[in-house]
Every structure is written in structure tokens, then in C-alpha cells.
Write a new protein. Sequence first.
Length: 424
Amino acid sequence: MLNTSLDRTSATDHQTLAEVEQVIASGGRALRFSGDLEQRYEAETLEQRRQSLTTVGIGGLLVYNLFLISDWLTLNDVFTYLVLGRLCLITPMFIVLLLWIQRVNRRWTLEAITAAGPVLASLMPMVVMIYSYSPYRLHYQLGMLLLMVYCSMIQQLPLRYAAVAMSLMLIIQLVTTYIADFSDFLIWQANFLLFASAVALLLMASWFLERGSRLSYLFALRGRLLQAQLMELARTDALTQLFNRHYQEEVLTSVWEYASHTPTSVAVILLDIDNFKAYNDNYGHPQGDTCLKLLSSAIKQAAQKRDALTFRFGGEEILVLMMNADVSKARHLAEDLRDVVAALNVPHPILGEGARVTISLGLAAAIAPQSDAGALIGAADAALYSAKHAGRDCIRCADVSSERSSTVETIGFGNSKNAISQSR
Ligand SMILES: Nc1nc2c(ncn2[C@@H]2O[C@H](COP(=O)(O)OP(=O)(O)OP(=O)(O)O)[C@@H](O)[C@H]2O)c(=O)[nH]1
């Protein structure tokens, strides 16, 4: 419901964005990203790749078997072997490969299995062709070009895999046509040139395709990262880097929505810098800003350690929100916050020699949705007021009764030490 780690774009995201910008600017010609980005690319595109390979695999298998018509027309004398080879050997093997790619989770395995498909599919008809006496063999073996196109343009194998697969297909083509003993060596040479040129052109196409797919991934990733940054900006207070009041409303609304299904204990700490006007008057507003930033940062860090969120409530007031927390848990956090501010040891000389900047804290806890957010914050505010009246630099607790919603128990407001929950 409330995940503090998800609430901020991480430093890694900023680094990733910088790298993405760099690769886009350089044109992405290397077809390889740095370690982390490459891993992210492979992981995030794996499922989509698997799906598209499955679709083109099924389509490719159908077209492959349609070539039985060509087998029958051009290699009639070995047709039986071609039927057996296509239907009983290559088709089941191809199906096994398709099932296999559903299970693998490593990108290189996925691509290697994919590359194996067209290579194996090219092997069988070419080997059978060796044993045919058909005058159409020269025409028949051109079918290998289609497998090469399928491998590079339809399967869109990454360049490295396409290079290996098509080199193997070229070797199969050259060896089998050589063994098949085409009558004219000149024709074999022309064939070689045709296939070698086709491989070169298709590898160029593979390079463009892979570059395009990598770049489009980067553009999409950049969009996502920028959107996350914008969202962060929209919910962050520019001076203190705490969440802003607007986001506080959003979070409280979603907490209470969640609590309407699952009642949850929520604690709020409202804290305020003591005598800050005097600090500003003494040092000036810019120095006051610096002090506010310093305190906010320390408070945010301490709160994060206890999974609490910090919001700039207004001026020099900060609201800390803790989920699944009762008064005692919230009080421990409040003590931490008071301690971290004390540890900063920021001088406040106008209050006297050796005086330091301190904070006052008021806290309240309640079960949502029985108590509403307004009542809870109101109780914490009243407790803060009490802390100020008690001399500042201290913690006061209020409690919002779970049975009587919106009723603030201002226990001990006033000066009764027994009734008010104190911590100094
Ligand atoms: N520098 C700076 N000062 C701020 C900011 N927001 C509020 N303040 C100042 O915080 C001071 C708050 O003063 P008061 O509300 O009178 O309270 P205080 O002087 O802190 O006294 P107590 O709260 O009673 O301890 C005012 O002087 C505001 O101008 C800010 O963003 N930057």
C-alpha cells in the first residue's frame, strides 16, 4: 500500500537516463549497451520477443510445409523422403524448439534456439536434393534464400546470431550443391556469389533492424524515466526535497481507501522548528533556508529508516506518516527525529550562548478508517501546540480513540504530567 522505496526515482534511474541519452545521441551503432542497461533491455523485452517468435514460428512452419508443393513439382523422384523429412522430422523438431522457447529465461538461449530452427530446416531438403536426378535441382536450391530471409527479416535475429545462422546455411548450401554435382562449375560459382551477396545484404538488414529495435526500446525507456522524474518533481517540495502538501493529500486518500477494506493503524507526527523566526531574523532568510534544508534532509533519512514518509506540511512544519504504527512506535521515531536534529548541532546564538536549533513534535495514532485523516492530523497539531507550550524541544502524544471517530483525545493538554504522554 505504502512503499517508500517506490516513492522516489532512484539514483540508478538518473544514471540510466543519462546513459540512455548518450546512446541515443551516439545513434546506437554498437548494438550493445553497458552491463546494467543491456541486462535491463534483455529482461524487459524477453516476453515480447518470446511472443513474436512464437507467432512467426507457427507461421514459418506452415509456409515451410507448403513447400511440399514445390518438392512435388521439382524433386518428384525423392518426394517421399522430402515428405517424411518435412512432416516427420523437421516439423516435430520445430515444435519442440517452439515449446522450448516458452520455457527459457535467458536471452542468449532464446536467440540460439531460434537460430537453430532455420539452420536445421535448411539442412534436410538440401541433403535430400543431393540424391535427386531432377533437372530442376538448380531452381530448387534457391529456396534456401527464403530461409535466409526468414531468419534475418522475419525472426529478426540479433546480428550476431543471424551471422552465425546464415554462415552455417551458406556452408550447407555450398557443400550440398557441390556434392549434388551441378554439371557446370561456373554455375556453382555464380550460385556461391548469389548466396554470399544475399547473406551480406541480409546481415546489413539485420544490423538496421537490431539497431532500430534497440533504439525504440531506448526511446520508450527514456519516456518512462522522464515521466517518473516529472511525477517526482510534481510531488516534491523544491526547497526541502520532502514530499509536498499536494502529494500528502494523495497519499492520505489512498491510505484511507485501502483502510476502508483493511483497517490499519496510522500514526502522524507533526514537527516544527523552534524559534525559527528568531533564527531568520538573526541570520537572514537564505541562511534560514539552508538550515531548513539541512534539518529536512536529516529528518527524511531518519524517517525512511523506519519506513515513514515525510511531507512539508507548510513553512517550517513537517508531517511524518507511519503505517501500521501505534503511539509507541511513533514515539520511538519521534525520539529519533529529535535526536538527529540535536546531533546536527546547528547554533542558534540569538537564544543564548551555546543554544542550538531544536524541534518540537506532536504525535497522534489512530485506526483508519474509524478516525479520519483530518482528525488525526488535528490531534497531532494539538499535541505539537502542547509541546510548544511545554517549553519546546520536546514530544507530546495525543490519541484518537478508535471507537469514537474524529474525537481527539487531548490527553493531558494543559500541564498535567500524568495525563499527557511526555518525552524529552
Ligand atoms: N528561511 C525560511 N523561513 C521560513 C520558511 N517557511 C517559514 N519560514 C519562517 O518560519 C518562521 C516561523 O515563525 P513562527 O511561526 O512565528 O514560529 P517560530 O518563530 O518558529 O516559533 P515557535 O514555532 O513558536 O517555536 C517565520 O519567520 C517564517 O518566515 C522557509 O521556507 N524558509
